[in-house]
Design a protein. Structure first.
Length: 272
């Protein structure tokens, strides 16, 4: 082999070594660039945003503001034509697990005082906070304190630790929050079908007890459409009732119920 051929072979081998070195260097640079890119991505990647978790103190949504006590037996007001309070009392006690009917309350426990005519053309009767005016079969009605005493007489006979508590001026929203939402029904005074009440009859008071709002000799007025219902549920628009005159669960707009409840002196009873 002459000298020129040897030189050509040496140059060819030298170029091959350079190509291999450049290939190794290029691969190393590529790996370093990939690592740098990955590091930069991780470095600038924003921290994950945690979804907020609702706490127990957060205000519930409107959709959550609803509750109704289930399996309520609504007793139609048939025999006791003036006994809406007696029917409401019976429905409430049955919800709480007592085996009771409206006639037992009306015949054995209700404190009734007749409204009677006097010689001067006037009528005489009880303060309805103290006793039922007339009877549940034919009469006017009774208010929360006197009805609570009736219920407590029954509960005492049943040797129950429960007690009926008359309340006044408690907002309907609070009754729902404190009791209905926990499965406890509440008797309230409003009007039949939420009709407008008006004074229909007046008499001179001849019977009072410790709950009376009047004195002997004062006048007491009875309001047409006065009605007692069992508040068993609510949602954002309506209140729901065990309603003896309807013979089924009825519901009425909240603002209308609030108005009638106020017109009937914001009376209620809870058993607890």
């Amino acid at each position: 082999m002459d000298q020129r051929q040897k030189r050509r072979n040496r140059r060819r081998k030298k170029r091959q070594r350079q190509i291999r070195i450049l290939g190794v260097l290029g691969g190393a640079i590529a790996v370093l660039m990939i690592i740098a890119v990955c590091l930069s991505i991780n470095y600038y990647k924003p921290a994950p945003v945690e979804k907020p978790v609702a706490s127990a103190t957060e205000k519930p949504t409107e959709a959550e503001k609803s509750y109704i006590i289930q399996n309520v037996e609504v007793i139609p007001q048939t025999d006791l034509k003036a006994g809406c309070e007696t029917y409401a009392c019976t429905m409430l006690l049955k919800i709480l697990g007592f085996d009771i009917d409206e006639h037992t309350i009306a015949d054995s426990y209700l404190n009734c005082k007749y409204v009677l005519p006097g010689g001067n053309g006037e009528k005489y009767g009880p303060d309805m906070y103290s006793a039922f005016a007339g009877t549940a079969y034919a009469g006017w009605g009774v208010y929360a304190p006197a009805m609570s005493k009736t219920m407590n007489s029954y509960l005492t006979d049943q040797k129950s630790k429960l007690k009926a508590y008359p309340m006044e001026d408690v907002p309907l929203e609070k009754l729902c929050d404190d009791y209905v939402s926990k499965g406890v029904p509440v008797m309230i005074w409003a009007t039949t079908n939420m009709d407008e009440p008006y004074v229909f009859d007046t008499w001179t008071v001849n019977y009072v007890d410790e709950n009376a709002k009047t004195k002997i000799g004062d006048s007491f007025s009875w309001y047409m459409h006065e009605h007692c219902l069992v508040l068993i549920g609510y949602d954002k628009d309506y209140y729901y009732f065990g309603d003896s005159t309807a013979g089924e669960v009825s519901h009425f707009k909240k603002d209308l119920v609030a108005k009638r409840y106020e017109q009937m002196f914001k009376q209620s009873i809870v058993v607890k």
